[in-house]
Design a protein around this ligand. Sequence first.
Ligand SMILES: Cc1cc2nc3c(=O)[nH]c(=O)nc-3n(C[C@H](O)[C@H](O)[C@H](O)COP(=O)(O)O)c2cc1C
Length: 206
Amino acid sequence: MKVKPTLKTYSNNSMEKKYEVLKSICETRKSCRSFKPDMFPEECIEQILNIAHKSPYANGRKNWEVIVIREKPIIELMSKTVISSIENISDQMDQDLSFLFKNYSKNFTFFNKAPVIFIPIFRISPTIQSILKDNITPEMLLWERDNSVKSISCVSMLLILAAESLGLNSCYMTGPLLAQEELAQILKLPTGRLIGSIIPVGYCNN
Ligand SMILES: Cc1cc2nc3c(=O)[nH]c(=O)nc-3n(C[C@H](O)[C@H](O)[C@H](O)COP(=O)(O)O)c2cc1C
């Protein structure tokens, strides 16, 4: 006898399908560290941003946005700035440590090969600071800062999953943020805005 599907079986099936789609996106995603120069369809940028903007956020404040950089000279300047920051930091180290540090940071600058870079930026919402004023403790200040950092991490994660779902490759990068201040200047960020990550997006070379 043919069993008539109920509302429950329909919704179970569609939930299973959603899970399978998400699972395959998560399983195929891998960090890409070598990009082809080819540009991808422009509409993908908007699609990626649409998903990133669905991200959850702490403190009831959406204190972030995502900027998109396609201009090659700016991307190159950002990469050169990170390289010189690494040089400056390692110059102050003993030779052995300098060698280790340079080796560790070799994956902080390849974003210059990608055609587009997404940069989630945020500011620390002083919600609890405005309530407690002088009574705020260092622990609570750290907790408040962490909330903003955790929120922007969610944005970055959704962004790389969105890229993957469109057949694009990416890498979640915080290494370049060793040069946070210099990068913020290049990007002309308003005072108090912080860079959450650098996410190059494009087609992987391998
Ligand atoms: C917060 C965070 C920061 C990262 N920063 C860098 C980075 O600066 N350079 C880099 O090459 N990879 C970076 N990665 C990527 C990790 O190295 C990578 O996700 C990890 O090795 C697992 O590999 P998979 O992404 O291919 O699964 C970062 C990942 C996270 C979550």
